[in-house]
Every structure is written in structure tokens, then in C-alpha cells.
Design a protein around this ligand. Structure first.
Ligand code: SF4
Length: 325
């Protein structure tokens, strides 16, 4: 690409961002690096709308700084993360806060040594937080670049090279945000709106965008889970998970079902990551495992998954009926 074509595309992209970009997002209007970091971690697997409406402000209100986050217990952090999913993010954020009492590092390499910070998050912090001249590649930007430069099955390393070459060093932060928004709002995975795209003039993929970005259908795994609920004096028997996606969180004990089919309270469907779960919930009179007795009304503060919440809701919904029998 010639220098003048490159500048032309960069300018069109910035002009589009001035009019259409999501410039009012709160994490784009702060110089507080902690706020930028929290937003980036929350946005890793969650939609902007959900983060904005349910988690970002609430989390910052409870933990307004690295110090307050570092001094909180992991249970409190999980409590504020409850329902957001991918709880390892919360654990990594908490661990990073403990390591960064004096603030986050300001270079890509040092940032990537912190728990849960990979190349994307490190670049996003450097670009959006520190306004450094570094490129950023997330899934939205990768899609735009692959189509614009006409690259089939592009390897990640090559996309970072393309992003470096395309970077507008006069205004790198807005350039990266503009590419991100273009991918999220115009260059969509299934139906890109090329006629509204500022890059359409030079885009190699405009005539056949799906040649350069294929929408892969997701493969799901079906699983059955069986949870037992045992209550004593208003306290519920819980276990601390030691592995898997709910590591370190409180969850209901998994049980063998052969002895208690008659105590089945109900089932519900739950989707998480690649799993489509059929969850069976049973009432237990006794429990032999090592368990923690947790008061029902303090469970939500300790951070439980939305699947556990659903199981408890089912249990409480049937309780009146069972006690009345
Ligand atoms: S012209 Fe179409 S395919 Fe090319 S970047 Fe824009 S929206 Fe994507």
C-alpha cells in the first residue's frame, strides 16, 4: 500500500470514528489506568452493554483503587463478579492488584507478566490507558484487517504485523478504537455493511468478505450435572471448587444419583462456554462430604455462579410446597 493510500484510509477511519464511534463509553473518558484495566478484563468475554449496565460502576464503587481491590478477600471479589462468568478473570485481577501496589507497569513486556494479561490486554492498556503508539488486535480488529487486506486464514502473528503497518502514529488511540468499533458496528461477522464502511474504497474483501472471514458454527458439548442441596438451620452445605472454570468458588456438592432419584426437585438447562448443561437438583437429608455450612442470605456476597443461583432458586421455589406436605 502506498503512503498516500495508507494516510487516506487512516484519515477516513478517524473521520468515521468522530461521527459514529462509541466515544462516550466511560472507560474511554478516563485517565485512571485502574479503570481502563478493570474495563478491559470485564470486556474480555462479556458484551459492552452488560458490563456497562450491571458491573463496571458497581465494581469500581466497591473497589475504587488497586489498594482496595488488593485488600479485599477473594470471596468479596467473586461476590462483585457474580453472574459475569469466567471467574478466573476476577481471580487474576485480584492477584494483579496485589502485585501492583504502586500501579500498573507501563510497557507491554512487564504487563504480560501479570496474571491473566496477554498480548491483547497489554496492548489495550498501553494504547487506551497510556496512549502509547502500539497496535491492538482483538477479534473485531482481526476481522476488519483480514478483510481489508484480503488475507485468508490469517495467522495471529501476521494480523499483528498488518495492524503495526496500518497503525496511525499521529493518533494511535483513536485509530485502534475506530478499528474496534468498525468491527463491532459495521464489519460484522455475518453481514458486513460495506456500503457504510469508510474503508470500502481500498478493501480487498469488500466484494466477498466471507472469503476472508468465515463464520464458524460453534460446537457444543452436552453434559448432565447432579447437585444435592442439604439445609440445616438456614445454612446450605457448600463446597469450595478446586479446579475447572469455577475454581476457588463456592458450589453445591455433586452427587451420585442412584440413591436419591425420589428426591429430585427439578431440572433446568444452563449454557456456559462450550457446554450445554442439563442440571438436576436433589434434596438431601444428610451429607457425608467435607462441606462448608453457609447461611443462605450470605451466599450471594460470597460469589456463586449463576448456575448455582438457579439451583438454589429451584430449591427455594419447591421448599414451601415440600414443607407443607
Ligand atoms: S468494506 Fe466491508 S469487508 Fe471491507 S472492512 Fe469495510 S465492512 Fe469490512
Amino acid at each position: 500500500m502506498s503512503k498516500s493510500n495508507l494516510q487516506n484510509a487512516q484519515n477516513k477511519l478517524l473521520s468515521w470514528y468522530e461521527i459514529h464511534g462509541r466515544k462516550d463509553l466511560p472507560w474511554r473518558n478516563t485517565e485512571n489506568i485502574y479503570h481502563v484495566y478493570v474495563s478491559e478484563v470485564m470486556l474480555q468475554q462479556t458484551q459492552v452493554k452488560r458490563v456497562l449496565e450491571e458491573y463496571y460502576f458497581q465494581f469500581l464503587q466497591r473497589f475504587p483503587s488497586f489498594a482496595t481491590l488488593a485488600n479485599a478477600s477473594l470471596e468479596e471479589v467473586f461476590g462483585m463478579w457474580s453472574g459475569l462468568g469466567y471467574y478466573r478473570r476476577a481471580k487474576n485481577l485480584h492477584e494483579s492488584a496485589k502485585l501492583c501496589a504502586n500501579g500498573l507497569p507501563q510497557d507491554l513486556k512487564s504487563l504480560q507478566k501479570l496474571p491473566g494479561i496477554g498480548r491483547y490486554t497489554a496492548s489495550a492498556i498501553c494504547s487506551f490507558g497510556y496512549h502509547q503508539s502500539v497496535s491492538v488486535v482483538d477479534t473485531n480488529i482481526a476481522r476488519v484487517l483480514a478483510r481489508y487486506f484480503g488475507v485468508e486464514d490469517a495467522k495471529e502473528a501476521y494480523l499483528w504485523e498488518l495492524a503495526d503497518g496500518f497503525l496511525n502514529h499521529s493518533n494511535p488511540t483513536s485509530h485502534n478504537l475506530a478499528l474496534m468499533d468498525l468491527g463491532a458496528m459495521v464489519c460484522l461477522p455475518k453481514n458486513p455493511m460495506c456500503e457504510e464502511c469508510p474503508l470500502v474504497g481500498g478493501c480487498k474483501g469488500a466484494s466477498e468478505p466471507h472469503k476472508y472471514y468465515k463464520v464458524l458454527s460453534k460446537k457444543y458439548e452436552n453434559k448432565k450435572l447432579h447437585f444435592g442441596i442439604c439445609e440445616r438451620n438456614g445454612k446450605i452445605a457448600m463446597k469450595r471448587s478446586h479446579d475447572g472454570m469455577y475454581k476457588d468458588m463456592l458450589e453445591l456438592p455433586n452427587i451420585e444419583t442412584s440413591f436419591c432419584e425420589k428426591d429430585l426437585l427439578g431440572t433446568f438447562a444452563h449454557a456456559v462456554t462450550k457446554y450445554r448443561l442439563e442440571v438436576h437438583v436433589y434434596s438431601l437429608d444428610f451429607i457425608e462430604e467435607d462441606i462448608l455450612w453457609i447461611a443462605q442470605d450470605s451466599l450471594h456476597k460470597a460469589g456463586i455462579s449463576s448456575m448455582t443461583k438457579k439451583a438454589l432458586k429451584l430449591y427455594n421455589g419447591t421448599k414451601i410446597f415440600r414443607e407443607g406436605v
